[in-house]
Structure formats: structure tokens, C-alpha cells
Design a protein. Structure first.
Length: 316
């Protein structure tokens, strides 16, 4: 089944892969991006590109008049450090921008909204790892709060405006086109620094863990979530899915693996822990397997060479 989809943030890292995945499945794709982080060259052909801020009347009108079946929302402020330093700015983009588009989605009769949430931040420091969707929501950064708020707006406005909302709670996504200047892209940061012969900065003791999922697997999950029959339940977590691998990798292990793939010997430098950073994060994916029919097909070791090749050929 295919249709017409509006992908916000579709010139960025994850969004461009999502747009590609829709095209491969026969969808008609329109990409909305203000290019504050993304690049127009990332927009896949033959997707139509519209440059606009998600907070603008133009973006709202596009959602309202574009005759879309699905709104896939990936445009966001993604840096935890920025959210800590500028919480109002974070909320303006991640909450006000989202609600602007949801208003347009309701007016335009969009049947389903896919929202890029974050399993890495909405659960806070969880008691159970890998963490299921039903775990307590205790974000420790303004970014996490804005993502959780987005899920609440998705549910409330969906009920009021007549669309179905699906929250995709990502682990740490990695792959080609990931920005090494972004705090969220530690894999890309390590690859970039090793290519430049620089030291790798490790915050804290390096034993903190993350769950790394390859971007092509993430994109495939988004397409599946666009048409799957959702669970008939009023529970908050019913239309939410962890998209991850359920595997923990420490920062020290990450540095070693990246260096091995690149044939380098890493030199580490340690820095104080960053405020708002979690110690352990890995997500349970049983629900995505059973409801979406999705499971990751890429391992970290298999996906990493594609990221390294992209850096060597296109990011330099």
C-alpha cells in the first residue's frame, strides 16, 4: 500500500533516508525542510522539495492543502546541549513547530502522523534495560521533555482533529549523511576525528552505553508504521514503538570498534560528564517486531563501513 506523504526534515540525516524508503515503496513524496541543518542535495529524486520553517504559515498551509495521506515529522532541534542552554528555543521548534503542522494535518484530512520521538531521552535513566515502551517517562533534559510533550500533543490533537498518531522512539541512529558537528552523532564524530588524525573525546569514564541502530532500518520502520493497523487501546504507549537493536555498546567499545573498522589506533582524551546525559540506554523491540513486523537487519559492524565510505567520498 502506498500514498502521498509529507516528510518534514527530509533534507536531513534520518529524514532523507525516510524519504528514500517511501519512494522505493511507490509513495509520492514531498519534502519540507528549512535547510538549517539539512542539505538540499540529500533530498532524493523525484521527491518535490519545499523550503520552509515548520513554525511558518507556509508549512501549515502545505500540510492542510497538499492532499497527503501521511505526515512524517522529522524536522526538529536535536541537540541536548542546545536544549539545556536554550530551553525556550528547543520548545519553540519541537513543540510549537509540531503543533503548527498538526493543525495543518487536521485541517487537511491527513489520516496518520508519524512522529520521530526518542527512546534515548523520554525514559530518562530507566530501571529496566532494555527498556520497554511502558516504562516510566522521566526525561532529564529539556530536549527529552519536548519529545515527550510532542507525543502528548500527537495523542490529544489526533483525537480532536481526527488523525492517528504514531510515535517512533529511536535509539541512537547512525549511518551515511550523519552530521559530525551534531552532539547527537557520536559515531560520525569519531569517524570524522579519526580521518583527521585527531584524538577522540570521551565524556565521563566512557562506560555509559547506547543502543546504535542503522538508519536504513529506521527508514524501513517508518514506512511500515504508515500503514500498519494500530492496537485498539487508549493507553498512552499503545501507538508508540521503540526502534532499536536491544544491544548496549559503551563509548569505549564504540571507539574501539570504529577504530578497528577504519584500521586506526585511537588516542582517547577524557572530559567531564555532560549535564543531562544518560548513563545507560538500550530499548526493548518486541513490540515493533510483533506489531510492525519489523526487526533490525543491519548490525553496528555491518553498517559502520557504509558510514566510513560516505565520509571518505562525500563528506570531505
Amino acid at each position: 500500500m502506498s500514498g502521498r506523504v509529507l516528510v518534514t526534515g527530509g533534507a536531513g540525516f534520518i529524514g532523507s533516508h525516510v524519504a528514500e524508503a517511501y519512494l522505493q515503496e511507490g509513495w509520492e513524496v514531498v519534502v519540507l525542510d528549512d535547510l538549517s541543518r539539512g542539505h538540499e542535495k540529500n533530498v532524493p529524486k523525484p521527491a518535490r522539495f519545499v523550503r520552509a520553517d515548520i513554525r511558518s504559515s507556509e508549512a501549515r498551509t502545505l500540510a492542510a492543502t497538499g492532499k497527503f495521506d501521511v505526515l512524517n515529522h522529522h524536522a526538529a532541534q536535536i541537540d541536548v546541549r542546545v536544549s539545556v542552554d536554550r530551553p525556550a528555543f528547543d520548545a519553540e521548534i519541537n513543540v510549537v513547530g509540531l503543533t503548527n503542522l498538526l493543525d495543518g494535518a487536521g485541517e487537511g484530512g491527513i489520516r496518520r502522523v508519524i512522529f520521530a520521538s526518542s527512546g534515548g531521552v523520554v525514559y530518562g535513566d530507566p530501571a529496566v534495560v532494555p527498556t520497554p515502551e511502558t516504562a516510566p517517562k522521566l526525561p532529564v533534559s529539556p530536549y527529552g521533555v519536548s519529545k515527550l510533550s510532542g507525543e502528548h500533543y500527537l495523542r490529544a490533537l489526533g483525537a480532536l482533529r481526527g488523525f492517528e498518531g504514531v510515535a517512533m522512539r529511536y535509539a541512537n541512529v547512525f549511518g551515511p549523511r550523519q552530521d559530525p558537528k551534531s552532539e547527537a552523532g557520536v559515531v560520525s564524530i569519531f569517524v570524522s576525528r579519526l580521518l583527521d588524525g585527531q584524538k577522540l573525546t570521551v565524556f565521563g569514564d566512557g562506560r555509559q552505553t547506547r543502543d546504535y541502530v542503522f538508519v536504513k532500518d529506521v527508514a524501513r520502520a517508518n514506512v511500515l508504521a504508515s500503514t500498519v493497523k494500530l492496537p485498539a487501546s487508549n493507553e498512552f504507549d499503545a501507538p508508540a514503538f521503540n526502534i532499536a537493536t536491544a544491544r548496549e555498546t559503551s563509548v569505549l567499545e564504540l571507539a574501539k570498534t570504529v577504530a578497528n573498522v577504519m584500521g586506526k589506533t585511537p588516542e582517547l582524551e577524557f572530559a567531564p560528564p555532560r549535564p543531562g546525559e544518560l548513563f545507560r540506554s538500550s530499548l526493548d523491540i518486541k513490540k515493533a517486531k510483533s506489531v510492525l513486523g519489523w526487526a533490525p537487519t543491519w548490525t553496528f559492524e555491518n553498517g559502520l563501513p557504509l558510514l566510513v565510505d560516505w565520509f571518505r567520498t562525500e563528506a570531505r
